[in-house]
Design a protein around this ligand. Structure first.
Ligand SMILES: O=P(O)(O)O[C@H]1O[C@H](CO)[C@@H](O)[C@H]1O
Ligand SMILES: [Mn+2]
Ligand SMILES: [Mn+2]
Length: 397
């Protein structure tokens, strides 16, 4: 009896998106550039890692072939790639399309001006939340803006509002000085005010520490997303009597629609432990859906090539453990939601194709080609679980 395990390596693109230029991302290739940098010693860091990228499990699944790199071993599972049809290179668009629901509308974005948020929006949130005002009000990298404004935020009681190339309003505030629950309440207020602007997410970005040198963001980040516009394969799984076990930030990304259970962890390795526990507990007809966020947050956005390479190696080294947990009838799919090339200018996501690699006890090697939409992944999960086909995408099984 079937179970499906869907794993998103957040931001692990393989380049080659035909519409990359429309996003200012021509030439971006997260995997290819990390691998290339590592091969010439440009991903070395003392005490962390050295030399060429070592990810034998992913390569054994056909990662090199799908990335257009010669010389890999014969793939031992399903191997292919996919292009995104949604008009956004953000996390919700990528995940919803993976789950069978491409995003047919345009998200709202804030302009690259300073201030970047409409004055009436800020005034409305400030008034309803009873704040003395806000700081930031610009496009920024989260760690940099906390270093720049965090001390003033503690002093003045003003939270830090910022955005990026994604459809986001992010609010950073000190966990103790401002208060974590107060930050969440503020984000809920902000969520209602940005609905009319078609903003995909409001994100609470709590941090701790005494001063700019010691500020550190915590795992208490919380995303307030709008719900997907149609039922996803998550909803369809539950409608058919299965359960959806969400590992990491999957619950937040889907605004908690189609989620039976949430299991969170601080960092990719803790999340991997949660993934194994979820696989152990999943029953026939269940979907385990996991997101590994550190690739993106800690390394892609921070343009940290060595860190990204080390994270891939640590993840790859644990995949044999996952394989050992599998039972007959299991299908594992590894994929990504967008790129975030750590060698590319800026700190934003990059529009890229993503790998689609599948394996499991009964899964024979097979080329699934270049899929025209991420929705083919969700449709394949649906087909594997015996669900009726949905309106978007085609199963590759
Ligand atoms: O720079 P930080 O705060 O990590 O922000 C990043 O995280 C956001 C949500 O994933 C992205 O839109 C990007 O701006
Ligand atoms: Mn993402
Ligand atoms: Mn991101």
């Amino acid at each position: 009896m079937p179970r499906a395990i869907l794993i998103v390596l957040d931001s692990f693109g393989i380049g080659g998106a035909p519409d990359a230029a429309a996003y200012g991302d021509e030439g971006a290739d997260t995997f290819g550039h990390i691998r290339g940098a590592a091969s010439i010693g440009h991903a070395d860091r003392a005490g962390l890692r050295q030399g060429p990228l070592r990810i034998p499990f992913l390569e054994g699944l056909g990662l090199l072939a799908v990335a257009g790199i010669d010389g890999g071993p014969d793939p031992r599972g399903l191997f292919g790639s996919a292009e995104e049809t949604s008009r956004g290179k953000d996390t919700p668009s990528g995940h919803w399309e993976i789950a069978g629901v491409p995003v047919p509308f345009d998200w709202g974005y804030f302009p690259r001006t300073q201030p970047c948020f409409p004055a009436e929006l800020v005034a409305a949130i400030v008034e309803e939340a009873g704040l003395p005002g806000i700081l930031g009000d610009r496009h920024a990298s989260g760690t940099e803006i906390i270093a720049a404004e965090g001390e003033a935020s503690i002093r003045t009681g003003r939270p830090i509002f910022y955005t990026s190339a994604d459809s986001v309003l992010q609010i950073a505030a000190h966990e103790d000085a401002f208060g974590l629950e107060r930050l969440y309440a503020l984000c809920e207020i902000a969520r209602r005010h940005v609905d009319a602007l078609a903003i995909g997410r409001v994100i609470a970005r709590p941090f701790v520490g005494r001063d700019a040198a010691s500020f550190r963001r915590t795992a208490n980040r919380r995303d307030y997303a709008v719900p997907p516009p149609e039922p996803t394969v998550l909803d369809r799984t539950i409608d058919a009597g299965g359960r959806v076990i969400a590992v990491g930030k999957i619950g937040d990304i889907f605004a908690h629609r189609g989620i039976s259970e949430v299991r969170k962890g601080d960092g990719n390795m803790a999340l991997f432990d949660k993934l194994l526990g979820a696989v152990e507990d999943a029953r026939d007809g269940d979907l385990v859906f996991a997101n590994f966020v550190d690739f993106d947050t800690l390394h892609g956005h921070r343009r940290d090539v060595a860190g990204y390479a080390a994270e891939l190696e640590a993840f790859d080294a644990r995949l044999p453990e996952l394989a050992a947990y599998l039972k007959p009838g299991d299908l594992v799919i590894l994929t990504a939601d967008h790129g975030c090339d750590p060698t590319f200018p800026g700190t934003d996501h990059t529009r890229e194709r993503v790998p689609v690699l599948g394996f499991g006890p009964g899964i024979a090697p097979s080329a699934i080609g270049l899929r025209p939409t991420f929705a083919d992944i969700g449709e394949s999960v649906a087909a594997h679980l015996g669900l009726a086909p949905g309106p978007h995408g085609t199963s590759f099984l």
